[in-house]
Design a protein. Sequence first.
Length: 173
Amino acid sequence: MRLVAMEKKEHFSYKAICPGCGEETLAVEELYDEIPGLGKAVLVSMYCPKCGVSAYHEIPLENRGIRRVEFRVSGGKDLSARVIRSPTGKILIPELGLELSPGSRPVGFVTNVEGVLQRFLEVAEQLAGIEEGPKREEAEMAVKRIRSAMGGILPFTIIIEDDLGNSAIIPPE
Ligand SMILES: [Zn+2]
């Protein structure tokens, strides 16, 4: 990727080798923009008309120093708050006992609070299916708590700690 010196809302589009079909048919668009709660970032969208591969990434461009963001989720509308997790962001939900640390292959993602819960739910359901004994019970409890949280029954706080300060939680309008 080219991270060029940017003007506000600078826009590039070009063709690249598609990771799906290996042809040079991947249409890539890069838009440099200011994102509320995040600052300067590059939005990258890709689409291959030949094999249908598509992806969208939002990559922050500023190092803002260590930053911790917190968002209290107490109702259905809060679940739609936008969550921008940079590759260095660690997500914590203390009330649900959940933690997502940057792993060995850290990736950033953009989703909403519900999408974050969905990720945790998938992991907990997998664990509940393969673990035995107390670990299985623990995973089953986690599944129940996450479902309650997704249903708006269980209020919780979502926290992101980011060494480079490039993660954000943007409340719904
Ligand atoms: Zn393709």
